[in-house]
Design a protein around this ligand. Sequence first.
Ligand SMILES: *Cc1c(COP(=O)(O)O)cnc(C)c1O
Length: 403
Amino acid sequence: MDIQNTDNAATRRIAALKDRVTLMKEHDYYFYNQPIEEILEGAKVRVKGRVMGMYGSYSYLGLVNHPRINEAAKKAVDKWGTGTNGVRTLAGTLTLHTELEETISNFKHTEAAITYTSGYVTNLTVISTLMGRGDYVFSDKINHASIVDGCMMSGAEFRRFRHNDMEHLEGLLKAAPTDIAKLVIADSVFSMDGDIIDLPTTIQLCKKYNAWLMIDEAHSVGVLGKTGRGIEEYFGIYEGIDIKMGTLSKTIPSVGGYVAGQKGLIEYLRHGSRAYIFSAALPPAQAAAANESFKVILDEPWRIEKLNQNTKQFIGGLKGRGFDTLLTETAIVPVLCGTDERAFELTKQCQENDVFVLPVVSPAVQEGLSRLRATVTAAHETSEIERAMDVIYEAGKKMGMVK
Ligand SMILES: *Cc1c(COP(=O)(O)O)cnc(C)c1O
């Protein structure tokens, strides 16, 4: 059967996407999956044969290609090879994995930690293992897709509170039955807007209404706090987060996800979460790279200082040039454009001038809030950031976005 030539709702969706992509390509607005040919020193990349400044990276501390981390990965391959015999429970747990989990629990000051092979999967499996039918989950409106999917998969009552709106969260908590399991979940740093969850109030509310708290630290580990330990260090609050989730694919230049918390919780996840039981373990090279990265973060605190300095320069500079950057306080800096088309056009002009940024449009963000979603890292030089902002400004001026 030729799927493409059958007419039904599913094939019509495929055809509609194809038309949309064709149209975007005709306008030179197709930035999806742009191939990077080479990653160069100092937050630069080669794209279409040209060297561009990289302003879309999650490698906040510039740890990709760090010699110590590369070395750890190579050694692990020499010692263990490239795979793990399959799932952890049968023959796949290596001393490397237990070492990595110890490193993570030390870094996050918890009793224990568990790792999975992706951050996305971590949220799916952890939320759906802990919560079920009859329970209640409360999720910030702009939480990451993996959290939303985890909540839906759990089958629990799913309540979404307005973004960082603590009054709304309290209202929803109050309205839920008292004698059921409740879980509040939020990103620590919101991945599209760059602002930070009101942790102190969230913790208070969780205590008051007897709810667990889960925080996703994809964008705060290595970013927030003096030593990069994350959101608790940033607020100086070390009690109150029950489930500390994070990824190993952003600041940590590897792949995978983790949860850190109390021994009982981690033990329960090890015995009950399906992505742990039915999916293979992290490959040795990636486990070793992740393990070494946490140590490098602690050994090289200058990277966090540089990131903070660059973040200030980038946000301040773009605001000063007249752009709306929403409420960001971190290295994720949205440059609001409004329509999808404006976001595409601004992206195109930036890339023509060797500034590699990418657009985020609906449905990933609310309609009308399409944007460049730029990031800055510790690997950028002050003068490069200045030049990138000038490029964005000149393009924005031409388009009538700023004066
Ligand atoms: C990236 C991200 C994830 C998923 O992590 P991966 O390691 O890429 O699978 C989860 N949560 C948030 C907030 C993220 O930004």
